[in-house]
Design a protein around this ligand. Structure first.
Ligand SMILES: [Zn+2]
Length: 560
C-alpha cells in the first residue's frame, strides 16, 4: 500500500476525534439529534485546524443510514462513500482553484435536483473567501432560497473577506487554534498507535513549530519520523522544524554577553544562508532567556525548560548572567519581534538588536571598570593620608570630567531644508503638529528609549516627502541620534504614518540652525518677491509660499 501522510490517516472521522473544538461539535451534535440543522455553516479559523474535516463529519452524520445520530457510524455504505470521497451527493469545492462564476452557477443550477443516494446534498466550499464577486453573487442567490435537501458548509481562513450578505445567511463558528498540549497529546496517540518511540522534547518542539495547526504538526511529525530512521529523535525534529539547536542558542547568548558583535553578525549570516527562519530564531532566543530566568529562580526546575537543555555549559551561563540583564534582553528581543512583523528585512532588525544588546553589556562593563578604578584611587588617597597626614599631590590621575555640551559633529542637511522651505506644506504641518502628542504616545508604546529621545522635539516644517523636527540647542545628542540612527527614524516615521496616514522621511535640526535657515529663506524671498509682484500672477507655488511666509511672520526679529 502506498504511503499515506499521517494527517490523512489520522484525520478525525467522528466528532469525538476532533481536537479542541468542543464548543462547535456539541452545538452541531445537538442540532443533529434534534433534526434542526441549518442550511449553511461557516467555519472560520487558522489553516490546518480541521475545518474541512469537521465539514465531512457533518456530511456523514446527517446522511448516515442510522440517522438521526450524534456520530456517523463510519460503517454504512453512505458513510464510507463520503469518507472515500466517492459519494455523488457530497461536493468538495476548493475556491482557491475554482474561483470562477461558472462552478458556482453550476451548483445553483443543479442544487434543486434531489440527492441521488444520500438524504442531503452537501456542498463543502473551502477557502470560500477566494471566490470572485460574481461567484459570491451566484452563491448568495442559492443561499437565499436553499432547497430543503441542501446544506452548504463554507470554510475560510479569512472571514473578513466574505461579504456580510453571505455571512448573515450562515451559522458561523470560529475554529480555534490548537494548544501545544492538545497537539502533543494527539501526536503521542499517533506515535503509540504506530509503535514509534519519541522524546517529549521532540514532540514539544514540533507542537510549538506548528503554531496551533494540527495539519502542520502532523506533517512535521511525518518528516521528522522519516528523518529519524526509527524512533523520533530531537536532532531530526530540529532539522525539519528549522529550529536552532540549543547549543547554537547558547553560543549566541555567550557572544552577546561577551560583546562579540563580529561573531554575532557572522552567525546571523550563516543562519540565513542555511535557510533558518529568523523570526523563529528570535522567538527561540526569547524562550532561551526565559529558561535562563527560570533556572536562576529555581535551579531544580529543569523539566520546565522549553528550549535550553540543562547541560553544564548552560548552567554556567545561568550563573554568570544577571536576572536584570535577562529581563532587559527579553524586552529588547520582544521589541525586535514586533518590528519584524512590519518589515521585509528582518535580518537588519536582528542585527540592530544584537548590536544594541552587546553594546549595552559593554557600557555596563565600562561603568564597573571605571568605578573600580575610582575605588582604587580613593584607597590610594586614604593610604596616603594615613602615612603622611596630607592629601596626595595634585598630579593624581585626573578625575573624569563631565562631557561638555559639544557641538554635534553630524552635519545639518541645509540644502535639503532650503528645498523643503520652498515647497512647504502648511496644512499638512498643522495637522501633524495637532497630532504630535498622539504620535509621541504611539512611539512610547513602540519604544521607550526612542520616546525619551524625541518627546521634547516639535515638528516645524513639512514637505511632500520630508518632515523636519526641531530640538532645543542643548539637545545636540538627541539631534545626532535621530540623524544617524535608522531605527529611530523608522519608529518615528511608522508612528507618523499610523496616526496621520502620511509617509514622510524624518530630518532633525537644532533651534539655532533652524532660525538661521528661516531667516536666510525669508531674506531671499523678500528680495525676489519685489520682482515677482510685477508679474502679478499668483501661481500655486507662490500661494503656498506666501502661506509659508505668513507662518514665519515671527522670524523678522531674527534678521540682522
Ligand atoms: Zn453511517
Amino acid at each position: 500500500m502506498a504511503y499515506q501522510a499521517l494527517y490523512r490517516v489520522y484525520r478525525p472521522q467522528r466528532f469525538d476525534e476532533v481536537v479542541g473544538q468542543a464548543h462547535i461539535t456539541r452545538t452541531i451534535q445537538n442540532a443533529l439529534m434534534e433534526q434542526r440543522m441549518s442550511h449553511a455553516y461557516l467555519f472560520s479559523g487558522p489553516r490546518g485546524t480541521g475545518k474541512t474535516s469537521l465539514a465531512k463529519i457533518i456530511a456523514k452524520a446527517i446522511n448516515c443510514e442510522q440517522a438521526p445520530v450524534n456520530e456517523p457510524c463510519n460503517e454504512c455504505p453512505t458513510c464510507r462513500a463520503i469518507t472515500e470521497g466517492s459519494s455523488p451527493d457530497v461536493f468538495e469545492i476548493d475556491a482557491a482553484s475554482n474561483n470562477g462564476v461558472d462552478e458556482i452557477r453550476e451548483i445553483r443550477d443543479k442544487v434543486k435536483y434531489p440527492p441521488s443516494e444520500a438524504a442531503y446534498k452537501v456542498y463543502i466550499i473551502d477557502e470560500v473567501h477566494m471566490l470572485s464577486t460574481g461567484a459570491f453573487n451566484a452563491l448568495l442567490k442559492t443561499l437565499e432560497e436553499p432547497p430543503a435537501h441542501a446544506i452548504f458548509i463554507l470554510a475560510t481562513t479569512e472571514p473578513h473577506k466574505i461579504p456580510a450578505t453571505i455571512i448573515s445567511r450562515c451559522q458561523r463558528f470560529d475554529v480555534k487554534r490548537h494548544e501545544v498540549d492538545q497537539l502533543m497529546e494527539r501526536m503521542q496517540y499517533i506515535l503509540s498507535d504506530q509503535t514509534i518511540g519519541y522524546t517529549e522534547t521532540a514532540l514539544r518542539l514540533i507542537a510549538r513549530a506548528a503554531d496551533g495547526g494540527m495539519r502542520d504538526a502532523l506533517s512535521l511529525l511525518d518528516q521528522a519520523v522519516a528523518f529519524s530512521n526509527g524512533d523520533l529523535n530531537d536532532d531530526a525534529v530540529l532539522e525539519v522544524t528549522g529550529a536552532v539547536e540549543d547549543e547554537a542558542l547558547l553560543a549566541v547568548a555567550n557572544a552577546l554577553h561577551a560583546h562579540q558583535v563580529d561573531q554575532l553578525l557572522q552567525t546571523l549570516e550563516q543562519m540565513q544562508r542555511a535557510g533558518k527562519d529568523l523570526k523563529r530564531f528570535v522567538e527561540d532566543l526569547v524562550f532561551f532567556y526565559r529558561d535562563t530566568l527560570l533556572l536562576k529562580a529555581s535551579p531544580t526546575a529543569v523539566d520546565l525548560l522549553e528550549r535550553a537543555r540543562p547541560t553544564a555549559e548552560f548552567k554556567t551561563f545561568v550563573e554568570t548572567i544577571e536576572t536584570e540583564t535577562c529581563f532587559h534582553i527579553i524586552e529588547q528581543l520582544h521589541d525586535c519581534q514586533q518590528q519584524m512583523r512590519l518589515t521585509n528585512h528582518p535580518r537588519v532588525l536582528v542585527e540592530i538588536a544584537f548590536i544594541q544588546i552587546a553594546e549595552q553589556g559593554r557600557t555596563t562593563g565600562q561603568i564597573v571598570q571605571s568605578l573600580q578604578q575610582e575605588v582604587r584611587e580613593l584607597k590610594e588617597q586614604m593610604h596616603q593620608l594615613k602615612v603622611t597626614g596630607v592629601p596626595a599631590a595634585e598630579n593624581t590621575p585626573a578625575q573624569p570630567v563631565k562631557r561638555k555640551q559639544a557641538r554635534p559633529t553630524v552635519r545639518i542637511a541645509k540644502e535639503r531644508i532650503r528645498q523643503m522651505l520652498s515647497r512647504a506644506e502648511k496644512a499638512q504641518l498643522l495637522e501633524i503638529q495637532e497630532r504630535w502628542d498622539a504620535i509621541l504616545k504611539l512611539i512610547l508604546k513602540q519604544d521607550g528609549p526612542i520616546y525619551s529621545l524625541v518627546h521634547e522635539s516639535k515638528p516645524v516644517l513639512c514637505s511632500a516627502d520630508t518632515l523636519l523636527i526641531e530640538f532645543d540647542n542643548g539637545k545636540g545628542w538627541h539631534f545626532e541620534q535621530v540623524m544617524t540612527n535608522e531605527r529611530t527614524r523608522f519608529v518615528i516615521e511608522e508612528a507618523l504614518f499610523e496616526v496621520c496616514g502620511v509617509k514622510r522621511e524624518i530630518l532633525a535640526i537644532l533651534d539655532n540652525d533652524w532660525k538661521e535657515l528661516k531667516a536666510e529663506f525669508v531674506a531671499k524671498r523678500n528680495s525676489s518677491n519685489i520682482e515677482e509682484k510685477e508679474v502679478a500672477v499668483e501661481s500655486e507655488e507662490d500661494r503656498l509660499l506666501s502661506e509659508t511666509l505668513g507662518r514665519f511672520g515671527d522670524i523678522v526679529e531674527f534678521e540682522d
